[in-house]
Write a protein that binds this ligand. Structure first.
Ligand SMILES: Nc1nc2c(ncn2[C@@H]2O[C@H](COP(=O)(O)OP(=O)(O)OP(=O)(O)O)[C@@H](O)[C@H]2O)c(=O)[nH]1
Ligand SMILES: [Mg+2]
Length: 398
């Protein structure tokens, strides 16, 4: 871990008022007594830096800071030092005391974070003393919240999970396929025979994948599933990778030799934009579905449903075949993602090509906090076809 220079590590800074429990939190996250904790407000005076391996995220630097509400002269100096920390912060943890309902200081600080485009996670601390509803705070701050007790180590794992999924996507240069291909690799892309909307062009994930392959000096050949067999025969070597539209997974899976890596656009996008591991776990929940269970199929954009629409026809049909259960399936499209997800046993989300990573992560997080499994179209389809392992085993785990 010491091979990673500090600058290349994700910097996570802990901000909050005095006595909110910032130092206790850094100790809880690291599992070490790094920072001095006391009930005297203003215990931490200078930023404290700790490099650590935060699994499964990787190397990070955690930064404990002085309270943001210290108003005397010495306090001003401390706040100045804390502000300097902002310059190197990739992700902020804004710590609130559960019993404190005055969050003017936090609001001010949050505005500064917004100005600097630093993503933030709200941490409600000391819930061992007092529980607190997070709904109002979520509305005011528009950031995800997690409730913990730093002192008694409650829900620190949820916080770590949130840190993992909320760490800025551009922190490590993300690529869609760059880490699984080599220069000069021959990559076959497969579109379904009945290429649907939009007319006259390819869909965004296909274009993005092509561009990424070219950026990594790979070679692209694109066919419809009806021509796949021919092209595989024509090539004098096996392709190094086949990427298919998930709607034709079954057919493509049967045609592509077992030793050729096979995945789908939607799985690549799930990894790029969402959280592959969460989606894989979510797909496994399909096998637990039983009659009467509610399943939410969520689409990021509203479009006019076509005949054979994947959300309204294909996935429901495949779910029925796989589970043999009588499920209540709801399809929701657009920005309205149910606030209360508790009645659902599973959420199946579209590839979210029109969403950025943060939007998708917010949905993933909301589902996770309510303990509702979430997956996406491609991964669910792969699971229902019994090929999920095959189509995901080429990816290194984050
Ligand atoms: N009950 C309870 N007490 C906590 C918790 N976290 C922190 N405390 C207590 O709150 C007091 C302040 O904790 P610190 O971690 O020093 O708070 P801080 O935000 O670093 O404070 P400054 O450094 O002064 O800005 C200490 O007495 C802690 O033991 C918690 O989760 N539950
Ligand atoms: Mg402190």
């Amino acid at each position: 871990m010491f091979d990673t220079p500090r600058a290349n590590r994700l910097h996570i800074a802990i901000f909050g008022k005095r006595n909110a429990g910032k130092s206790s939190l850094i100790n809880a996250i690291t599992g070490q007594e790094i920072a001095l904790v006391s009930d005297i407000a203003g215990t931490t005076t200078d930023p404290v830096y700790k490099s650590m391996e935060l699994l499964p995220l990787g190397p990070v630097v955690l930064i404990d800071t002085a309270g943001i509400d210290d108003e005397n002269t010495l306090g001003e100096l401390r706040i100045k030092k804390t502000k300097e920390v902002l310059e190197k912060t990739d992700l902020a943890l804004l710590v609130f005391d559960a019993s404190d309902d005055d969050f003017r200081a936090e609001k001010e600080w949050h505005q500064m974070l917004i100005g600097k485009r630093i993503p933030a996670i709200g941490v409600i601390n000391k819930i061992d003393i007092q529980d607190r509803n997070t709904k109002d705070l979520e509305k005011i701050f528009d950031i995800p919240f997690v409730k913990v007790s730093a002192k008694f180590n409650l829900h620190i794992d949820s916080l770590k999970e949130l840190i993992r999924i909320y760490s800025p996507s551009d922190f490590e240069k993300t690529t869609i396929v760059g880490d699984i291909i080599q220069p000069k690799d021959k990559i076959v892309l497969v579109a379904p025979q009945d290429i649907q909307a939009p007319k006259g062009r390819l869909i965004l994930p296909q274009v993005q994948v092509m561009r990424d392959i070219l950026d990594h000096d790979g070679m692209v050949l694109m066919v419809k599933d009806s021509e796949l067999e021919d092209i595989l025969k024509t090539l004098n070597q096996k392709p190094d990778l086949v990427i298919t539209d998930s709607q034709v997974f079954t057919k493509v899976n049967a045609l592509v030799p077992p030793d050729v890596p096979l995945t789908s656009f939607s799985i690549l996008m799930a990894r790029y934009k969402g959280d592959l591991q969460t989606f894989i776990e979510g797909a496994r929940a399909i096998s637990h579905l039983k009659s009467g269970d509610n399943v939410l199929i969520a689409e990021a954009c509203t479009h006019h449903p076509l005949k054979g629409d994947i959300a309204r026809e294909k996935i429901p049909k495949w779910l029925k075949e796989t589970t043999q259960a009588d499920l209540n399936i709801t399809v929701k499209a657009g920005v309205d993602f149910a606030e209360d997800l508790s009645k659902y046993s599973l959420i199946i989300h579209c590839g979210a090509c029109m969403f950025n990573r943060k939007q998708m992560m917010t949905r993933i997080f909301r589902s996770k906090m309510q303990n509702i499994p979430i997956t996406n179209y491609g991964i669910a389809i792969a699971y229902m076809n019994g090929i999920l392992d095959r189509v995901t085993n080429m990816f290194p785990q984050k």
